[in-house]
Design a protein around this ligand. Structure first.
Ligand SMILES: [Zn+2]
Length: 295
């Protein structure tokens, strides 16, 4: 209707100015870091038909299994799904300060070099990633894969952009404009927590992990997770007295020791790792030690 109206104006009075209509509102453009730190290819597939009468609510970034995925924005990890069945498979959501949500779907679920569906949590998600974790744009959050209904279509990141009202928006332009490049090793090293595992012992049917962890961005205690065979088991707080720490690290308070216990896994040799969670405004968590323990 609008174009016909303009045409009539043109033939009668040639008032071109009155024909100027605003361009149609395009999809919203968000400033992001490109969510895959590696080569991908993709075409605009938003709205394409999918099985069961669905339409495609995201963009499929086709790439190699295991390629690191990074946070598109500064924000908070507001959901993490691991090991579930269904369409999405392993997935996570980051929400930014304005309520926009960035969905990462089909994260890796395989052990390296296989399509066995037996991948561990740490083969799907970067160290420290869990609900509530703050992240910064460019920080590693997970690994590209083919979980969920991507098992039959090849490894890709299905990436969705949701406006604060919950509506899925076409992320194509946002991705095209996205800044590429993950954080440099120096950037990550300068902002991650650090620490040490002093001991991992079996006692009273539990694994006891002791050590200390510090986030240089804050003197608040950091949280420490025990991973058993690649999966997070128990999280504790590094807030116990360690009078040796202020001596070794001037300016650091003494209350950064931890003693985290987790129920013993079945008899056998198990890989026990400790991850210190970033306690500041994001910037990467740290694996502070691993050891093989016989139960
Ligand atoms: Zn998709």
């Amino acid at each position: 209707m609008r174009s016909r109206y303009c045409f009539l104006l043109l033939v009668t009075a040639a008032v071109t100015a009155s024909c100027k209509v605003p361009p149609p509102a395009g999809p919203p453009l968000r400033a992001i870091t490109f969510p895959v730190a590696g080569f991908v290819h993709y075409t605009d597939s938003f709205g394409a038909p999918r099985s069961g009468g669905r339409t495609h609510a995201g963009q499929d970034l086709m790439g190699a299994k295991g390629t690191p995925l990074v946070a598109a924005v500064d924000g908070t990890v507001t959901s993490v799904r691991f090991g579930g069945s269904g369409l999405s498979g392993n997935s996570l959501t980051i929400t930014d300060a304005e309520g926009w949500r960035y969905l990462y779907i089909h994260l890796n679920n395989d052990r390296p070099g296989t399509d066995d569906g037996a991948g561990t949590y740490e083969q799907a998600f970067a160290d420290g990633i869990r609900e509530g974790q703050k992240v910064r744009a460019g920080e590693p959050v997970g690994f590209l894969g083919d979980s969920g209904n991507a098992e039959n279509t090849g490894a890709h990141l299905h990436f969705e952009l949701h406006s604060p009202d919950g509506a899925a928006q076409n992320a194509y332009s946002t991705l095209r404009a996205g800044v590429t490049g993950a954080w440099s090793a120096e950037q990550l090293a300068s902002s991650r927590p650090y620490g040490l595992v002093d001991s991992v012992e079996m006692a009273d049917g539990a694994i006891h992990a002791r050590g200390w962890a510090i986030d240089r961005a804050t003197d608040d205690p950091v949280e420490v997770s025990v991973y058993v065979d690649g999966n997070p088991a128990t999280t504790g707080t590094a807030d116990q007295d360690r009078a040796d720490l202020p001596v070794a690290f001037p300016g650091v308070g003494p209350n950064h020791g931890f003693h985290v216990t987790t129920p013993a896994p079945p008899a056998g040799v198990h890989r026990i790792c400790l991850v210190a969670h970033n306690a500041g405004a994001g910037g990467g968590s740290s694996r502070i030690g691993c050891t093989d323990t016989t139960v």
